[in-house]
Design a protein around this ligand. Structure first.
Ligand SMILES: *[C@@H]1O[C@H](CO)[C@@H](O)[C@H](O)[C@H]1NC(C)=O
Ligand SMILES: *[C@@H]1O[C@H](CO)[C@@H](O)[C@H](O)[C@H]1NC(C)=O
Ligand SMILES: *[C@@H]1O[C@H](CO)[C@@H](O)[C@H](O)[C@H]1NC(C)=O
Length: 522
């Protein structure tokens, strides 16, 4: 479907000139004066254009040493090409405007065939697993599963043992009343199991990952013997694709409308967004997944000290549920499987054309190595904002030791941002991207990590230098990675059997086309 949303790079200059000539024609003066006027106008705008560009060159002159040389050379060079000049002056709209979305809008209404699940005396209890976003999408799936199985869903238990060790309950995290009320037309949700069922034997199930409707219809056989089914894990139990439209839309209603965060989280999240806006209007939310657990899990040690690398290796060896122990960091990085380092993010954002004054909210937990690594990003973008500086100590007190609740704040601030940039793929990045697509294809720039690493390594070896042509290459690679409308991607070609499910794009990363429509009727 539609793609290529912006052929805007440098185009605004021509648009501006042509619209002023159009105004001029409406006054109907003589032919000679028109011609003279146009020539003058062109000469003048080219003059302004060149002056502005060279001012820009001075503006960004305070970069790294390497850069300074490049820019100086460039401004003195006589052979500079027009396109190289233009890549320095990136129109504001290219940096900040959402991609063109063809009038698409959210659509979550059920079809006329849809019926609520009646399920009165069959119950499903769920233990959600994973971090915040894995639990959220898992819970939305369990809503759909309970609907398919015609059962009552009991408010899920949250994971308290994951890496984040958060003791929050469902109602600490989410607005329970809203959850129950919003889904009233879909299925019955009970706050807890009825007393008399608490001690009856339950069917304990690990449902097969990425299952379809047929599987769950079969599973209803369990209700012949048991009144309660306990689901041990909620992540990725439902297929991304080939489900009835009504089930897909139910997933969207569950995730985007029913599963609101609890009032304290929503209220603080809103306040923090307001504060960010009051600092300068627009902001980037950067999901800087440069955290200890991620680096250890992925085995990415590029740019770290030997002591740091060792610490991460030991952590991986000691974490039982991480199955892969031996990892070649170099190969991981070249393959594009590593989170971008803070330094790489800085180079990337600068190459995209964001000015040093840009306000960047860091949506993340503790950055590994703290300031030692962050400073390499701060150096280019001094206006980094952390929740610790945005909120007061008082405000954050209630969130201390609740990693999921602070992650929820990051989620809200990221969904509301003008531009969202994840430094790594993962549950949070996918969930935020999907939600932004749903809300109107808000701009999400997904770094092509494999492509970038190639360019970064050329910078390092001196084959490339930062500057206009580098910038242009980075922008070219990301032209179609801005979160514009496109259909969800299917499995990778050539992969057979169940393994292909793992390679599909997640439903919640891109709920198009089921929950995003072009026609008004839907
Ligand atoms: C930035 O560059 C300008 C001109 O090149 C210079 O006058 C100024 O001191 C520099 N500022 C910093 C913070 O380096
Ligand atoms: C759902 O369950 C209710 C009550 O348990 C029952 O009356 C109804 O027939 C069931 N519906 C389907 C489609 O199985
Ligand atoms: C890791 O992989 C790179 C590239 O394939 C290779 O050059 C290097 O020797 C490997 N390192 C180790 C420790 O195996």
């Amino acid at each position: 479907m539609v793609q290529n949303h912006h052929h805007r790079g440098g185009g605004s200059y021509y648009k501006r000139t042509s619209s002023s000539t159009a105004n001029f024609f409406s006054k109907k003066p003589s032919f000679l004066s028109i011609t003279l006027y146009i020539i003058l106008l062109f000469a003048f705008s080219i003059f302004i254009f060149l002056v502005k560009t060279s001012i820009n060159i001075l503006d960004v002159d305070n970069g790294t040493d390497g850069q300074r040389t490049v820019f100086t050379e460039h401004s003195q060079s006589q052979s500079q090409s027009q396109s190289e000049l233009e890549s320095l002056e990136i129109p504001d709209e290219q940096l900040w405007d959402p991609p063109f979305s063809y009038g698409l809008h959210p659509c979550v209404k059920p079809t006329s065939k849809y019926r609520a699940a009646q399920g009165s005396d069959h119950y499903i209890t769920v233990k959600s697993n994973g971090g915040l976003n894995q639990m959220r999408t898992g819970i939305a799936d369990m809503v759909a599963v309970a609907h398919i199985m015609n059962a009552t869903l009991v408010i899920p238990q949250l994971d308290k043992r994951s890496f984040w060790k958060d003791s929050s309950t469902f109602s600490d995290m989410f607005d329970e009343a809203q959850f129950i009320k919003t889904l009233r037309g879909d299925l019955r949700i009970a706050k807890e199991l009825p007393k008399e069922l608490e001690s009856v034997p339950r069917a304990r199930k690990h449902f097969t990952s990425w299952s379809g409707v047929g599987y769950y219809e079969e599973m209803t056989q369990l209700f012949k013997e048991y009144q309660v089914i306990h689901v041990a894990k909620s992540d990725s139990r439902l297929a991304n694709n080939d489900l009835p439209l009504d089930i897909q839309r139910l997933r969207c209603r569950a995730l985007y409308y029913a599963l609101r965060f609890s009032p304290p989280i929503e209220i603080l999240g809103e306040k923090l967004v307001e504060r960010l806006r009051s600092r300068g209007g627009r902001y980037i939310a950067l999901h800087l997944r440069y955290e200890k657990d991620m680096l250890s899990f992925t085995g990415c040690t590029y740019g770290l000290t030997d002591a740091e690398s060792k610490e991460l290796t030991i952590m991986r060896e000691n974490t039982n549920h991480w199955k892969v122990k031996k990892i070649n960091s170099t190969e991981q990085r070249i393959g594009g499987y590593c989170p971008l380092t803070p330094k790489e993010v800085g180079i990337f954002l600068q190459a995209l054309g964001y000015p040093p004054s840009t306000i960047i909210y860091i949506a993340a937990g503790e950055i590994y190595g703290g300031n030692a690594h962050l400073s390499e990003l701060m150096y280019r973008f001094p206006n980094l904002v952390f929740k610790e500086t945005l909120a007061t100590k008082e405000e954050l007190k209630a969130f201390a030791n609740h990693a999921s609740q602070t992650a929820a704040l990051d989620y809200l601030i990221s969904v509301e941002s003008d531009v969202f940039i994840p430094s790594h793929s993962g549950n949070m990045a996918r969930a935020v991207e999907g939600h932004r697509r749903f809300l109107g294809h808000r701009k999400t720039i997904t770094p092509d990590r494999r492509g970038l690493v190639e360019l970064f390594d050329k910078l390092k070896s001196g084959k490339l230098r930062e500057g206009p042509s580098f910038s242009q290459r980075v922008q070219q690679i990301h032209e179609n990675w801005q979160g514009g409308p496109r259909k969800r991607k299917g499995p990778l070609p050539g992969i057979k059997g169940r393994a292909r499910f793992r390679t599909e794009e997640s439903f919640y990363e891109n709920p198009y086309p089921e929950c995003i429509c072009s026609s008004k009727a839907a």
